[in-house]
Design a protein around this ligand. Structure first.
Ligand SMILES: CC(C)(COP(=O)(O)OP(=O)(O)OC[C@H]1O[C@@H](n2cnc3c(N)ncnc32)[C@H](O)[C@@H]1OP(=O)(O)O)[C@@H](O)C(=O)NCCC(=O)NCCS
Length: 173
């Protein structure tokens, strides 16, 4: 007897992405370590790739928060950036990025930075567009989603408070 099961087949979502980059001398700052700006560029690239692959749409960086360079990264180290879609709103996605630097000869690994990007999917006119809802499959994903939702709320509240603190001074701008 053949048993036929009918159901909606959900395609597996692309929720995470890993990028590994060798830290070369052109990325150095004046003290010979990796420049914060070079790392920020890589962080933005991995967040872009992760979000665009998830929603299959062009995305822009709307915000970046909680970047804290806990430890310096050295030229010659191998840096791996782990990006993951933590949360999805209507058009925005929170992408969490963790950075691990590895010494090539000792294999010692250090967690140097973590941060959160808000990426927004836009159309050809620059208008925000809807992205697929996030399928939460594991307990960890549910926890990440709940934490990211809280961060989104805090971000919005913080934006409103910051706007209230704005001082308008007359200058050439
Ligand atoms: C990001 C951008 C598309 C948002 O435009 P907008 O008119 O505010 O769009 P919407 O009101 O439709 O909001 C879209 C989403 O962005 C989110 N958003 C808007 N401003 C935000 C901010 N300051 N921080 C975090 N998220 C923000 C909204 O919460 C909304 O999320 P949701 O749809 O999941 O609820 C627009 O500001 C933009 O194009 N910015 C330039 C991006 C860019 O060039 N980045 C490169 C760095 S220079």
């Amino acid at each position: 007897m053949r048993v036929i099961t009918l159901g909606i087949q959900m395609s597996k979502q692309e929720k995470s992405l890993t990028m590994t980059v060798l830290m070369t001398p052109d990325m150095a700052n004046f003290s010979g370590n990796v420049h914060g700006g070079s790392l920020l560029k890589l962080l933005d690239q991995v967040a872009y790739a992760c979000a665009a692959k998830y929603c299959k749409n062009y995305v822009v960086t709307a915000a970046l928060d909680q970047v804290f360079f806990k430890q310096q990264v050295n030229v010659g180290e191998l840096v791996t950036l782990y990006a993951r879609v933590n949360h999805v709103g209507r058009s925005s996605m929170e992408i969490g990025v963790k950075v691990v630097a590895e010494h090539l000869r000792t294999y010692e690994k250090r967690h140097t930075t973590s941060c959160f990007f808000t990426m927004v999917a836009i159309d050809e006119n620059g208008k925000s567009v809807e992205v697929p809802r996030l399928q939460l499959e594991t307990e960890a994903e549910k926890q990440l989603f709940a934490a990211a939702e809280m961060r989104k709320k805090i971000r919005q509240e913080s934006l409103e408070k910051t706007r209230a603190l704005q001082v308008d001074i007359e200058d050439e701008f």
